[in-house]
Design a protein around this ligand. Structure first.
Ligand SMILES: Nc1nc2c(c(=O)[nH]1)N[C@H]1C(S)=C(S)[C@@H](COP(=O)(O)O)O[C@H]1N2
Ligand SMILES: [Mo]
Length: 514
């Protein structure tokens, strides 16, 4: 501020301020004021963003590290709010999750990404609808002239306005008719750059979408998209702070009248609308986390319903893209709960010589296969990206038996709708880890039972003797330490009936490859 005030003493700067007072002379006035639709949409936007941001922070806290490279190698983060990954012990991605307070994250407790994602996706859907309607009405009514710069002169005028604000001698306010150039540029960036960037980089983190997009999915890989998504968040946070501060210090009543009452003047009308509107935000903010914890299953159901449009897109976009040898990650995060039984230790000790994979249920020919028999079957190799729901990714060359080969052998009956994978390990809250997949996904060319990782036998940490690879799904669907596969008609009577261990216990979606 001192520097800005000193600069205003310099004659050349004073001349500039006269030449560029803050609004280019060519700026068109919008004479229709602030119509009700615009005021309502402004409020809906801030209301939705509050919850999107909170849930987004919760998602970030589940893998509190950001990278530019796809690999997620510890030490290569450009940003983290977690300690350096400890060495000399297994440190899973779940160990790495950070707790947020419930007033900040939704729902606040540790590793609650399942519930946070429902909030993030469903409110984003509403926010996007609000945004699309806003774009349409903006251009249909001429209100766009407030937000879209039409001359390069906005740049010196914005610099001039910034200097005026910083020196605490505020520029004359003409917001009723037209914004000054600094307002116009920041509003423009927020509405037409930051918002679309957030949406695109949000979708680019989906395994189904990223895998489908070929070179684009590689160039704007998940970690890069996640980093840019975060930078867009930083812009929004900076914007909210600056915008709200200026609204209040440059004539709060006049400003609130425009955006909350549609009036030009300094009456109390705007305040009378603003206060209850903010009370609504405050109360829902206060209730969001406790409600989510109390009605977790309901949040999962409503979330799954609202996220259905995104889900349909990601399921329809069937990924086939593979990567090359050079893309293989030097590091691959481990995740999940390891098997802890004497039987499993015995299997490992004998090099899985006594392992039997049982496949039965609604099939014409149930089988029991030994480790050797599985390895003697046609082998498939693929280099693909693993997308953990928590946010990390990694590229591996997998080797194993294609699932479609097994389907041809077993012949699921016409009644079979799903394949259930049971693990030799329990899940984190006790009870057998399992997950359910559609038969169509089992026929996918990249679905396999992997026994090799980067050319070496699969390690116990990563799922030996067998783990599922199903490349259009998130990591939690790929059961490690497979004990048996069962073909069933539906999965309502399995576990809590949600289609898998994490679906039952962590409120993940049965299929949400976003
Ligand atoms: N049996 C079992 N399988 C599991 C899990 C688990 O906890 N138990 N975690 C899943 C999750 S969340 C991920 S991201 C991947 C991790 O595989 P990785 O350890 O090879 O990275 O395994 C999946 N398979
Ligand atoms: Mo995961």
């Amino acid at each position: 501020m001192a520097i800005a005030q000193a600069l205003r003493q310099v004659p050349a700067v004073q001349e500039c301020l006269v030449r560029y007072p803050g609004i280019p002379p060519s700026a068109v006035a919008v004479v229709t004021g602030f119509p009700a639709w615009l005021r309502l949409q402004h409020f809906m936007n801030l209301f939705f963003m509050a919850f999107i941001i909170r849930a987004g922070l919760q998602i970030l806290a589940d893998h509190p590290r950001l990278y530019w490279k796809r690999d997620c190698t510890p030490g290569t983060e450009w940003f983290r709010f977690q300690m350096v990954v400890p060495t000399g012990r297994v440190w899973t991605a779940k160990d790495d999750s950070v707790t947020l307070p419930g007033w900040l994250g939704i729902p606040g407790i540790r590793h609650s990404i399942g519930l946070a994602r429902w909030w993030h996706f469903s409110i984003t859907l509403l926010w996007m609808i609000n945004g699309i309607v806003f774009y349409v009405l903006l251009f249909a009514t001429g209100q766009w002239l407030r937000l879209v710069p039409t001359t390069w002169e906005v740049i010196p005028n914005a610099a001039s306005t910034a200097l005026q604000y910083l020196s605490l001698t505020f520029p004359a306010d003409h917001s009723w008719l037209r914004y000054n150039s600094l307002q116009q540029i920041t509003y423009f960036i927020t509405v037409f750059v930051a918002a679309p960037t957030s949406i695109v980089t949000g979708f680019m983190q989906s395994p189904a979408i990223s895998n489908r997009l070929g070179w684009l999915g590689r160039a704007l890989n998940r970690q890069r998209a996640r980093s840019i998504h975060f930078i867009a968040l930083c812009w929004f946070l900076f914007y909210i702070l600056a915008h709200v501060t200026l609204v209040f210090i440059t004539g709060a009543r006049v400003n609130l009248n425009m955006m909350f009452a549609g009036l030009n003047g300094d009456s109390w009308s705007g305040v009378l609308v603003f206060v209850p509107a903010m009370a609504l935000v405050g109360v829902t903010w206060w209730l969001a986390s406790p409600f989510t914890l109390r009605h977790a299953r309901r949040v999962q159901r409503i979330g799954a319903f609202l996220a259905r449009p995104f889900n349909s897109v990601t399921q329809w976009w069937d990924p086939t893209s593979q990567l090359t040898e050079q893309d293989i990650s030097p590091y691959f995060w481990p995740n999940g709960t390891m098997p802890a039984s004497a039987e499993f230790d015995q299997l490992v000790k004998n090099g899985f010589a006594h392992y039997r994979l049982r496949i039965d249920g609604l099939v014409e020919k149930p089988v029991e296969l030994t480790y050797a028999e599985l390895k003697a079957m046609p082998k498939q190799e693929q280099i693909t990206t693993h997308f953990c729901i928590q946010g990390w990714s990694g590229v591996v060359r997998w080797g194993g038996v294609p699932m479609r080969h097994l389907l041809d052998l077993l012949k699921p009956t016409a009644d079979a709708g799903y394949a259930v994978f049971y693990s030799l390990a329990d899940g984190g809250d006790g009870g057998r880890y399992y997950d359910v997949h559609s038969i169509a996904n089992m026929r996918h060319e990249l679905t396999m039972l992997a026994y090799e990782m980067n050319g070496a036998p699969l390690s116990v940490l990563h799922g030996a003797p067998l783990r599922l690879r199903c490349e259009n799904e998130l990591g939690f669907k790929m059961v490690k330490w497979i004990a048996a596969i069962e073909f069933v008609h539906d999965f309502a009577d399995l576990g809590a009936g949600e289609g898998g261990y994490n679906e039952d216990h962590e409120f993940y979606g049965y299929r949400v490859p976003i």
